[in-house]
Design a protein around this ligand. Structure first.
Ligand code: AMP
Ligand code: MG
Length: 404
C-alpha cells in the first residue's frame, strides 16, 4: 500500500496526525450556555447527564387495556378507569382493568397492556381478552431508555437534531457548548472578482470565498470575511494586520510552487511558516503557519483542491480544536465502476457518484473543476501506489459526511 509513497511528499495520515497535534495544542476551550434553539451544529462542552429517568414512569406503548396479569383468571374484566396521556391515574382496582392510551401512565398495580385490537367488549362493558397475554407486554418500564445519572452524551459531541431532541427529552433547555471559533477567510489572487461584477480580461469569479464561508458557518464558526487579497505584499501585510481576535486564518491560493507567495512572506516576517507538500490530489501544497500567534492554514486555490483539503484536513483540525474526538468522516468500501492502471504518487480523491452500487468518477477530475463535486455524491479514495480493476473496492466518503 505504501509503495507509492514519495520521499518529500507528506502522506495524508501524517498531515492529519500533525494537524491533530497542532489542534490539541490550541484548544478553543471557552464555553457558553446556549438555548437548545441555538445549539445546532455546536460542540457540547460538558457531558449531558440525565436528571430524570426516561420514561419517568411506566407507561403504555399501545391504545388498549391495562391489567395485573397475576390476578387474572381468564375471565372478562370490568373497566374501572380511563387513563389518557397526561393524566395521573389512581391505583388499579383489584379484579378490573383500565382503559389506557399510548403514553399514558400505568396505574399502580397494573403490569401488562393488551392492545385494543385483541379484545372484545361484552354487552355489559366488560373486556374479554382473546389472545394469550405475556407479563409486561406493551409496557414501557420506567427508566428503560435512561436512568437518572446516566451520561447520555459525552463532552465533545457535535450537536445535531438528534442530540437536541435527546436533551429536550430530558427537560434540558440550555447546553454548555464551546464558543464559536472565529475564522477569517481570505481569498488571494489578482485574478479574482466577486460575483455580481463584470469580468475583465484574465479575471475569474471567486468561488472559494462562498464555498468556505457557507461551509464554516455550517460547522458552527463565526466567519470574519476578509474578502479578496491582491497579490501584493503591502496589501497582504495590511489585511493581516487588520485581523484581530480570530482563532484561525484560512486562506486560499498563493501556495502553488513557484508563485510569489505574499502571505508566506508576511508570515515569515511576522510569524512562522511551514510549507507542506502533501501526497494528495487534488491538493498538494498546504501552508501551516502562525501570524502573531494565530494559526494560519493556507489551502490550494483550485476550487476542487480547496474542497478536498478543507474537507479532509482543515475541517477535522477545526473540530479537534473544539474538542471533538471523532473527526474522521465515515467511509465505506464500495466496488469501483472504473479501473485505475497507473499507480499514483499521491492519494487521489475522485469526485464520484454511486451508480448501480459502483463508484463512478466524474469524467473531468481537474482540480479547477468544482462542477465535478456538485455532480458527485462523495469522494472516492485511490490510495497512492495502488491500481484498481473494475469491481475492486475502494473507500467512498459521502459528501454529507464532511459538509457539515
Ligand atoms: P494559486 O494557488 O493562487 O496559484 O491558484 C491556483 C489556481 O486556483 C489558479 O488557477 C487560480 O486562479 C485558482 N484560484 C485561486 N483562488 C481562487 C478562488 N478564490 N476562486 C476560484 N479560483 C481560484
Ligand atoms: Mg494565486
Amino acid at each position: 500500500m505504501s509503495g507509492g509513497e514519495q520521499p518529500g511528499l507528506l502522506p495524508v495520515e501524517e498531515a492529519l496526525a500533525r494537524l491533530m497535534r497542532l489542534a490539541e495544542a490550541a484548544p478553543i476551550g471557552e464555553t457558553e450556555r446556549v438555548a437548545l434553539a441555538d445549539a445546532d451544529g455546536r460542540v457540547l462542552a460538558e457531558p449531558l447527564v440525565a436528571g430524570l429517568d426516561l420514561p419517568p414512569w411506566a407507561n403504555s406503548a399501545m391504545d388498549g387495556y391495562a391489567l395485573r396479569l397475576a390476578d387474572w383468571q381468564g375471565e372478562p374484566l370490568p373497566v374501572s378507569q380511563r387513563i389518557l396521556a397526561g393524566s395521573a391515574p389512581g391505583p388499579l382496582q383489584q379484579g378490573s382493568c383500565a382503559r389506557i392510551f399510548t403514553g399514558a401512565p400505568l396505574p399502580a398495580g397494573a403490569d401488562t397492556v393488551e392492545m385494543q385490537e385483541n379484545v372484545e367488549l361484552e354487552g355489559d362493558g366488560r373486556v374479554r381478552f382473546c389472545e394469550p397475554l405475556k407479563p409486561g407486554q406493551n409496557v414501557r418500564p420506567q427508566g428503560q431508555e435512561t436512568r437518572t445519572g446516566d451520561q447520555v452524551l459525552a463532552a465533545g459531541t457535535r450537536l445535531g437534531p438528534i442530540e437536541l431532541g435527546l436533551a429536550a427529552s430530558l427537560g434540558v433547555a440550555e447546553l454548555a457548548v464551546r464558543r464559536r471559533p472565529r475564522v477569517a477567510v481570505l481569498s488571494t489572487g489578482d485574478e479574482l472578482v466577486e460575483p455580481g461584477r463584470s469580468l475583465g480580461p484574465g479575471q475569474i469569479y471567486n468561488s472559494n470565498r462562498r464555498l468556505l464561508i457557507a461551509w464554516l458557518q455550517r460547522l458552527g464558526c463565526a466567519v470574519v470575511d476578509g474578502g479578496i487579497l491582491a497579490d501584493d505584499l503591502g496589501q497582504t501585510r495590511a489585511a493581516l494586520g487588520a485581523l484581530s481576535d480570530v482563532d484561525l486564518i484560512l486562506s486560499t491560493g498563493g501556495v502553488s510552487v513557484g508563485e510569489a507567495d505574499f502571505l508566506g512572506l508576511v508570515l515569515r516576517e511576522e510569524g512562522e511558516l511551514s510549507l507542506w507538500k502533501l501526497a494528495i490530489k487534488p491538493g498538494k501544497p498546504l501552508t501551516f503557519g502562525r501570524y502573531r500567534g494565530v494559526p494560519v492554514l493556507g489551502l490550494p486555490g483550485n476550487p476542487a483542491s480547496t474542497l478536498v483539503t478543507f474537507g479532509l484536513l482543515a475541517r477535522p483540525y477545526l473540530l479537534r480544536r473544539l474538542g471533538v474526538q471523532r473527526v474522521a468522516p465515515l467511509g465505506f468500501a464500495m466496488p469501483a465502476g472504473f479501473s485505475w492502471s497507473k499507480p499514483g504518487k499521491r492519494r487521489e480523491y475522485l469526485r464520484a457518484r454511486l451508480e448501480n452500487g459502483r463508484v463512478v468518477p466524474y469524467p473531468n477530475q481537474s482540480s479547477g473543476v468544482l462542477r465535478s463535486a456538485a455532480w458527485a455524491e462523495g469522494i472516492a479514495e485511490v490510495v497512492e501506489g495502488t491500481t484498481l480493476a473494475e469491481g475492486d473496492s475502494l473507500r467512498f466518503i459521502p459528501l454529507s459526511e464532511i459538509l457539515g
